[in-house]
Design a binder for this molecule. Structure first.
Ligand SMILES: [Zn+2]
Length: 127
């Protein structure tokens, strides 16, 4: 099968490179689903600064803020990752496909409906 889109934007140093399982277009995700070493460094620096800022008010308890920040960082990275997962060419979302195939199919159908077309891969292929 030919890729739906062969002239795709080339990402610099993508974290993940793959082919869309539905439309065979080359895909790239620029962020990792997990925190990188750089993220941890940012986390520690932010935690140190906020702990120092909160220390006069909360004392030792201000160090608990690192856990809140950690959660916020994890969430931000995951949200960023998930945003890049759906295929911009055919609407295929791998995260939904793993959870619920029906929802994933519906998302592809919605994607094409928004474009005012029917999904090219939804119809049976002519031999
Ligand atoms: Zn696709």
């Amino acid at each position: 099968m030919q890729p739906l889109e062969s002239r795709v934007y080339k990402y610099k140093n993508p974290a993940v490179k793959f082919y869309c399982p539905l439309c065979r277009t080359e895909r790239a995700i620029t962020v990792k689903a997990r925190l990188t070493a750089k993220n941890y460094l940012q986390l520690v620096l932010t935690a140190v600064v906020s702990s120092m800022a909160l220390y006069p008010f909360l004392g030792v308890r201000s160090f608990i803020s690192i856990f809140f920040l950690w959660a916020v960082f994890e969430l931000a990275v995951r949200t960023d990752f998930k945003k890049q997962v759906p295929c911009p060419h055919c609407g295929f979302d791998a995260t939904w496909y793993k959870k619920d195939v029906k929802v994933a199919r519906q998302k592809v159908a919605d994607f094409w409906q928004e474009k005012g077309q029917t999904a090219p891969n939804a119809a049976p292929k002519k031999a």
